[in-house]
Design a protein around this ligand. Structure first.
Ligand code: PEP
Length: 250
C-alpha cells in the first residue's frame, strides 16, 4: 500500500487583517518548538496578506494558498486575482470551488474545472471542493451529487499533476455538525474509487481532505478515517492553538 502524506489546510475565508500575522507567528512558533508534524501545513489567508503569510510561514515550513483564482492569467477582470498572481505572492496552493464561492458567486463545475486548470498552469496545486447540501443528503442523493461535481470539477490534467480534492458537506461547514465516521468513510471511499478509475496514475494517491466543522475535539477520529488524507479547516484555523491541535492530531 502506498502512503499518502497528509495535508492540513486552514481556510481563513474573509478573516484576517495584518494583526492576524501575530496568530500565524504563534503557529510558526508552536510548529518550530514542537515535534515535527506529520502533516503538510497550508494557510489560505485573504489575498491582501498572502505574501506576508508566505514569508513568515516559510520559517516554520508553513505553505501558503489562495482561496480562489480566476480562469484567466491576466486581463480586464476588475477585482479578480489570477493563479499566477497568487503564485507570484508566494502561494503554492489555491482552493477552488469552495461552496461559499459556488453559492455567493454562482460558480459552476465548469468554471471550477477551468480555475483548477489555470492553477495547474501557474504551478499551483488546486484544492478542489465538492459537497452536498443537507436536503441532498436527506433525500439520499449525497453520493450522486458529489460524484457529478467531482466528474465535472476535476480536470484531465489531474492524471499528471498534484491535485487535491476536499469533501465538504455544506451542512457541516461552520455549523458544528459533522457526518458520522461511517458516512465520511463511505463518501471518501466512493471518491477514491471514482478518482482511481478516471486517473490511473494519480487517483490512488490523490489527497482527499475532509472539511466541515473539523475541531480539536473531533480531529483525531475524523483524520483517522480511511481515505481521509487530511483536512480543510475553516473556523478552527483562525486560532493558532486550535489549528496546531488539529495538525498534531494527524
Ligand atoms: C470550510 O469552509 O472550508 C470549512 C471547513 O469551515 P469550518 O471548518 O468552519 O466548518
Amino acid at each position: 500500500t502506498t502512503t499518502i502524506s497528509p495535508l492540513i489546510a486552514g481556510n481563513w475565508k474573509m478573516n484576517g487583517l495584518r494583526g492576524s500575522l501575530d496568530e500565524l507567528a504563534s503557529l510558526a512558533h508552536m510548529l518550530i518548538s514542537g515535534e515535527n508534524p506529520r502533516a503538510i501545513v497550508v494557510i489560505c489567508p485573504p489575498a491582501t496578506i498572502l505574501s506576508e503569510v508566505a514569508q513568515l510561514g516559510a520559517t516554520a515550513g508553513i505553505q501558503a494558498g489562495g482561496q480562489d483564482c480566476h480562469t484567466q492569467a491576466q486581463g480586464a477582470h476588475t477585482g479578480d486575482i489570477s493563479a499566477s498572481m497568487l503564485a507570484d505572492a508566494g502561494a503554492q496552493y489555491v482552493i477552488v470551488g469552495h461552496s461559499e464561492r459556488r453559492a455567493d458567486h454562482g460558480e459552476t463545475d465548469d468554471q471550477v474545472r477551468a480555475k483548477a486548470e489555470a492553477a495547474i498552469g501557474a504551478g499551483l496545486k488546486p484544492i478542489i471542493c465538492v459537497g452536498e447540501t443537507e436536503a441532498q443528503r436527506d433525500s439520499g442523493e449525497a453520493e450522486a451529487v458529489v460524484a457529478a461535481q467531482l466528474a465535472a470539477s476535476v480536470p484531465e490534467a489531474a492524471n499528471f499533476h498534484d491535485v487535491i480534492v476536499a469533501y465538504e458537506p455544506i451542512w457541516a461547514i461552520g455549523t458544528g455538525r459533522t457526518p458520522t465516521n461511517e458516512d465520511i468513510a463511505r463518501m471518501h471511499g466512493a471518491i477514491r474509487q471514482q478518482l482511481s478509475a478516471r486517473f490511473p496514475e494519480q487517483g490512488p494517491t490523490m489527497r482527499i481532505l475532509y472539511g466541515g466543522s473539523l475541531k480539536p475535539q473531533n480531529a483525531r477520529e475524523i483524520l483517522a478515517v480511511e481515505n481521509v488524507n487530511g483536512g480543510l479547516v475553516g473556523g478552527a484555523s483562525l486560532l493558532a492553538k486550535d489549528f496546531y491541535t488539529i495538525i498534531s492530531a494527524v
